[in-house]
Design a protein around this ligand. Structure first.
Ligand SMILES: [Mg+2]
Length: 156
């Protein structure tokens, strides 16, 4: 296993999937500090990171900027072609990429990537195709757990 790139869904993976609404629309998202520190560790080892979201939210752009994640694609209905586009921009083969997802829209990238990971709260179809299922749920450190899992398999 030689994974050098990590692509993450956002809602249900970096968050618990709940959407917080106020009178003027989605008002905030809740991220977990453990995921942020692990993403920084992954990047500091030279790993690529991208966020690939079906929704479009300014909160995601703010959180990504805080973590130094440059590759952020939002409002994506069909994730597979965008997943492939991100990989080609990095010059990374799909076999060297892990993808973390929780819902139907993630199945395309999960089946195309080298190491599909499901969060514990993922729907059963997503858990069934995963090589690894986290014990923690999205929004509660699942991405930290996924990265720890990947890092212990990659010689430092
Ligand atoms: Mg999701």
């Amino acid at each position: 296993l030689d994974i050098t790139a990590l692509i993450l869904d956002v809602d249900g993976v970096l968050t618990d999937g709940r959407l917080y609404y106020g009178p003027s629309g989605e008002s905030h998202k809740v991220f977990h500090v453990h995921d942020g520190s692990a993403l920084k560790a992954w990047r500091s080892r030279g790993g690529h990171v991208a966020l690939l979201s079906g929704r479009d939210s300014p909160m995601v752009a703010v959180r990504a900027a805080e973590l130094g994640i440059v590759e952020v694609r939002q409002g994506i209905d069909d994730k597979l072609p965008v997943f492939e586009d991100i990989l080609s921009s990095w010059g990374v083969r799909a076999a060297a990429c892990a993808y973390v997802g929780d819902d139907m829209a993630d199945l395309g990238p999960m089946m195309a990537c080298g190491y599909p990971i499901a969060v514990s709260n993922a729907i059963s179809q997503v858990r069934e195709v995963a090589a690894f299922v986290t014990s923690l749920a999205g929004g509660y450190g699942a991405v930290r757990e996924a990265i720890d899992h990947l890092l212990q398999r990659i010689p430092s």
